[in-house]
Design a protein around this ligand. Structure first.
Ligand SMILES: C[S@@+](CC[C@H](N)C(=O)[O-])C[C@H]1O[C@@H](n2cnc3c(N)ncnc32)[C@H](O)[C@@H]1O
Length: 275
């Protein structure tokens, strides 16, 4: 007698009988997003933010209506604005108190179409003693104890210095220290992730002392070493990055002179928690 395989519960609201209708949903590993979504409160004025289409795509594939999304590096609040549009509960952690306050205000202005609350936590995602009880309290307030999607968009180490705070990941003294602390952020957020659900990492590589540092791959390794299953590495085109565009010619000259290629991509990496 053959074993009957138990069907895994769905992690999204996609009706596969209507699969042709989901034109918006990406299924390729190369994302060429022609333009940032600037609608509503997606103003895009925070240097180092991601395009709203990234959390949107992740939520379309890996969450259902009413699920809880936890963003460990909230920045200007992009993920929670998208939660309000898509009918997901959202919890976001940001280290800088002034930025957390302005994100909170901005998110509140965005119409909450489905009525699910969003919570901005001011805290240090690397520090379990600080952030874990704060996330627990936010979950208790919505009568939940787990989340169904974790999004991590950390600083790409020192590429952008986000603040002078010593616990800011962009101030980690070296790559080794950055990775240890990044690993702590995985532990402190993924502990809330329901089994069978997804963690999304948005990260890029960097150059240090004329060498390409594959930060993205190192971070992927940190997640995999915790027993997560790597499901997809998406390469996202960054050619429309405003800062890069303005410096186009300088970088072209430097690349020709220095024998390297200019970064035009970042990674959106999807992991499943099967543990
Ligand atoms: C790449 S940005 C995230 C941008 C965000 N996705 C957006 O769209 O605005 C990284 C953010 O992590 C914050 N950060 C750095 N270290 C942190 C830490 N230890 N805990 C929490 N947030 C931290 C920075 O202040 C910065 O706003």
């Amino acid at each position: 007698m053959g074993q009957t395989r138990r069907k895994r519960p769905s992690v999204n609201d996609i009706d596969l009988a209507r699969w042709r209708e989901y034109e918006e949903i990406e299924t390729d590993s190369l994302w060429l997003i022609p333009e940032r979504d600037r609608s509503g409160e997606h103003i895009g004025d925070y240097h180092g933010n991601f395009v709203p289409q990234i959390p949107r795509q992740a939520m379309l594939r890996y969450t259902k209506h009413g699920d809880v999304v936890l963003d460990g590096f909230l920045g200007s609040g992009t993920t929670l604005i998208e939660c309000r549009r898509m009918g997901r509960h959202g919890i976001g952690v940001e280290l800088k108190p002034d930025l957390a306050d302005s994100a909170r205000e901005r998110i509140e202005v965005e119409e909450n179409l489905h009525g699910y609350p969003t919570t901005v936590i001011t805290g240090d995602t690397c520090d379990g003693a600080d952030v874990v009880p704060k996330i627990e309290t936010a979950l208790e307030a919505i009568s939940r104890d787990t989340v169904q999607l974790v999004i991590l968009h950390p600083p790409y180490h020192s590429i952008i210095r986000f603040s002078d705070l010593p616990n800011d990941l962009s101030n980690a003294p070296d790559t080794g220290d950055f990775l240890v602390r990044f690993g702590q952020t995985v532990d402190n957020t993924a502990r809330f992730l329901e089994s069978g659900r997804y963690l999304v990492l948005v990260i890029g590589d960097m150059y240090v002392a004329k060498q390409w540092v594959p930060l993205g791959f190192y971070c992927m390794q940190e997640v995999m070493s915790r027993g997560f299953t790597l499901k997809s590495i998406v390469v996202k085109d960054m050619r429309n990055n405003r800062a890069k565009r303005q410096l186009e010619n300088i970088w072209r000259y430097r690349a020709l002179a220095g024998g390297f290629y200019i970064f035009k991509h970042e990674y959106v990496v999807f992991f499943e928690k099967r543990i």
